[in-house]
Design a protein around this ligand. Structure first.
Ligand SMILES: [Zn+2]
Length: 439
């Protein structure tokens, strides 16, 4: 229930937050700005209701319930909404919703996710608001983005610009903990990308030094495991001719050479877990390592696991080759093997097409009297679903600004809700009028 007093208070706060915007000259654009403003209270209420539903990736009932809430918003706007179950990938499922337009403008793919990192057993649940800051699991990552998507589409509908727009919405239920095999878990997203011209990702808005920035790239995330075997023996002979130094020295050589030889822009390489001894192993979930041995035994086995994050498939391939070459330079009587998991997230490179999309968004900013958004640092962002459709132009971060995502205490900046919805509504309207590229 929404109290009239609370609604009035919200409306007053909103007027303050939006006075900086210019009124667009185009009547439809002016209408969209008005609708977003008028519906602020409704949108905050929708966000609250979504945050109050726990939708940790493994809480299938909760993920599906947030899916039904999105269905209830999208169907009245003329979207055909499907729920795609993902039991075979070990996850809840996805929402795929399509809106048929006039078939002439750019076909847009709106990307988002229904799940959060906070499972039902997390102590971080519920919803609180202090001024313009809302605190709750998934408030900015990314239920805020779902509400911004809905707000923008409603504004387009009321301004009469939605009817011509060809839009597909894909909301995955497992972005924070992708199902496996990944080819199945992202099958529907990739198919939607192949039938679209541009991808708009409603994950959180990036800010640098208090300034909104545009994101045109996301780094990949791929894990690797390193397994070393070496000749064992009595410790009294360690590193002697014909014996060797054992598996742990070899492992140390490899990861320290990574540290010294790998550094380059936009790359990170993390060593997360290591162990070594007479026996060493990694558990199947790759969340724990174990080892056993004795002080007087030369280590026969060592294992390590970590990840690399890169900005393009080329960088990824080059860095992998470099790591393999380092691994191959084994010490005497030791042998090491590195394996890269293919279950990770690909990179979305900062292409010219993505840059042009950001330029379109900055045209919208000029219309709204908002400052230009510079290109953000891709290294500051995690991997994301939009990278699976990086074969079309894409723009990241059309969602809610906030802080502390993935940690208890995550907040959303409710002031960003209206600004972001206005930006998205105008951008989508303009893209729907641009001729689609020939294929
Ligand atoms: Zn997210």
């Amino acid at each position: 229930m929404r109290l009239p007093l609370a609604a009035a208070f919200m409306a007053a706060g909103l007027a303050l937050a939006t006075t900086a915007h210019g009124a667009p000259r185009d009547p439809a654009e002016r209408k969209m700005v008005e609708v977003v403003r008028a519906e602020h209270g409704r949108n905050v209420e929708l966000l609250k209701q979504m945050v109050l539903v726990n939708s940790g990736s493994m809480n299938f009932a909760g993920v599906e319930r947030v899916g039904r809430m999105m269905r209830a918003e999208l169907e009245p706007l003329g979207f055909q909404v499907r729920w795609i179950p993902m039991a075979e990938a070990g996850r809840a499922g996805h929402i795929v919703a399509t809106h048929k337009g006039n078939g002439r403008g750019k076909r847009m793919l709106l990307v988002g996710h229904l799940d959060t990192v906070f499972e039902p057993d997390s102590p971080f649940q519920g919803w609180t608001v202090r001024g313009d800051i809302a605190e709750g699991p998934g408030s900015s990552d990314m239920k805020g983005g779902l509400v911004i998507m809905v707000s923008a589409l409603r504004a387009m509908q009321q301004a009469g610009t939605l009817k011509d727009a060809d839009i597909t919405v894909v909301l995955t239920g497992d972005e924070e903990k992708p199902g496996s095999p990944i080819a199945l878990a992202r099958r529907d997203l990739i198919a939607a990308g192949q039938a679209s011209d541009v991808a708009l990702d409603f994950e959180g808005l990036s800010r640098e030094g208090g300034r909104d920035t545009g994101s045109i790239a996301r780094r990949s995330s791929n894990s690797w495991t390193l397994k070393v075997k070496a000749r064992s023996g009595h410790s009294s002979g360690v590193c002697m001719q014909g014996v060797g130094c054992g598996a742990i020295y070899e492992l140390a050589r490899i990861i320290d050479t990574f540290r010294r030889e790998l550094p380059e822009p936009n790359l990170t390489y993390n060593v997360a877990l290591v162990s070594g001894g007479a026996q060493a192993s990694i558990n199947p979930a790759e969340t724990a390592v174990s080892a056993s041995g004795k002080a007087n035994i030369i280590a026969a086995e060592a294992v390590a696991l970590g990840d690399i994050r890169t900005l393009s498939p080329e960088q990824d391939a080059r860095v992998r080759a470099k790591m393999e070459a380092i691994v191959a330079r084994s010490l005497p009587n030791a042998e090491a093997k590195i394996a890269f998991a293919d279950t990770g997230y690909p990179a979305m490179a900062p292409t010219e097409g993505n840059r042009r999309l950001l330029a379109r968004l900055n045209e919208v900013n000029r219309t709204l009297d908002l400052p230009e958004m510079p290109t953000g640092d891709p290294a500051s962002r995690g991997a994301g679903d939009i990278a699976f459709v990086s074969f079309i132009d894409g723009l990241v971060g059309l969602g809610m600004a906030g802080q502390g995502s993935h940690a208890p205490g995550e907040t959303a900046d409710l002031k960003s809700l209206d600004v972001q919805a206005m930006r998205a509504a105008l951008l989508m309207t303009r893209l729907s009028k641009e001729p689609r590229p020939a294929r």
